[in-house]
Write a new protein. Structure first.
Length: 261
C-alpha cells in the first residue's frame, strides 16, 4: 500500500474517532510517536497524517504541545461539517441528525431558487439557455433509464442546474452553500442513494414540468405553486426516511488498525 493511501486511511480513522467523541475537544491528540507506534508507520508518515487531520479542520497545531482537538461541531465551518458528516456515517444517530439538517438547508435553497426563477422566467426566460437546459434534462433521462442508473451523476447534474439558476438570480451566498452541500452529499454513497427514494424518472419529470412552465406565456397559478411546494416537501421527507433506512441496514465500517499491512 502506498504511503499516500496510508496517510489518508489513518487520518480518516483518527477523524472518525474525533467524530465519535473518542477524543474530546481541548484534549491533545496522540503524539507523532504514538500514532507511528499504533499504526506501525514511521514518524515522518505519522506527522503527515496528523497534518492531514489538521487540513480537515479537526485539530489545531500548538507550538511545543502537538495537536489539540477542536470543537468541530460548535466551531467548524462548512468544510469541517462536510468531513464530520462523512466520518459520522458509522454512527447512525449522529449521521441521521446531520443529514436532516443538510436536507432542510438544501430544500430551502433549491425551493427558493425554483420558485424565484419560475416567478420571473415565464414568457421570455432570461439568463438560462433553455435549449442547453433541455439537453441536460435529456442526459438525466438517459442516465435514469440505464439498467443501473448513475445516481451520483444525475444528482450532480441537478445541482449544476440549480447552481445556474442561482447565478441568474445573483444569489451568490446560496450558491456557495449549495456547492458545499453538493460536496457533502456526493462523496457519501448512502446520502446519494437516499436522494433516489423515488425512481430516477421522477426527477426527470419534475424538470420537464418546470421547463414547460418556463416556456409558457403565463406563470403557474397559486394552486399549482402550492401543490409543487407540497410535493417537494413530501419528496424530502422520503429522502430523510430512506437515509434512516439505509443506515439501519449498514454495518459500521471496520476500524483501520493495520493500515500499513
Amino acid at each position: 500500500m502506498g504511503s499516500r493511501t496510508v496517510v489518508a486511511d489513518v487520518a480518516d480513522e483518527l477523524a472518525r474517532r474525533v467524530a465519535a467523541g473518542e477524543y474530546q475537544p481541548g484534549q491533545l491528540m496522540p503524539s507523532v510517536r504514538q500514532v507511528a507506534e499504533e499504526f506501525e508507520m514511521n514518524r515522518a508518515t505519522a506527522q503527515l497524517t496528523l497534518g492531514r487531520l489538521e487540513s480537515y479542520g479537526f485539530v489545531e497545531a500548538r507550538r511545543g504541545k502537538g495537536f489539540t482537538i477542536r470543537e468541530v461541531r460548535a466551531a467548524g465551518g462548512l468544510d469541517v461539517y462536510r468531513h464530520l458528516f462523512r466520518f459520522s456515517i458509522p454512527m447512525p444517530d449522529v449521521a441521521i441528525e446531520m443529514f436532516r439538517d443538510i436536507v432542510e438547508v438544501e430544500r430551502g435553497i433549491v425551493m427558493d431558487a425554483l420558485l424565484a426563477y419560475t416567478g420571473t422566467a415565464h414568457g421570455t426566460p432570461a439568463g438560462v439557455d433553455l435549449t442547453e437546459l433541455k439537453a441536460e434534462i435529456d442526459t438525466l433521462e438517459t442516465l435514469a433509464r440505464l439498467d443501473v442508473p448513475d445516481h451520483r451523476r444525475i444528482l450532480a447534474i441537478e445541482i449544476g442546474v440549480v447552481r445556474r439558476l442561482l447565478v441568474v438570480l445573483e444569489s451568490s451566498m446560496q450558491r456557495a452553500i449549495l456547492n458545499s452541500i453538493g460536496e457533502m452529499v456526493l462523496e457519501v454513497p448512502e446520502a446519494v442513494e437516499a436522494y433516489f427514494a423515488g425512481a430516477p424518472d421522477l426527477h426527470v419529470l419534475v424538470w420537464r414540468a418546470l421547463i414547460a412552465v418556463w416556456e409558457s406565456s403565463s406563470g403557474p397559478t397559486t394552486a399549482q405553486l402550492a401543490l409543487f411546494e407540497d410535493l417537494f416537501g413530501l419528496y424530502h421527507n422520503k429522502v430523510t426516511a430512506r437515509f434512516e433506512e439505509i443506515l439501519g441496514a449498514t454495518a459500521p465500517s471496520e476500524e483501520i488498525h493495520a493500515a500499513t499491512a
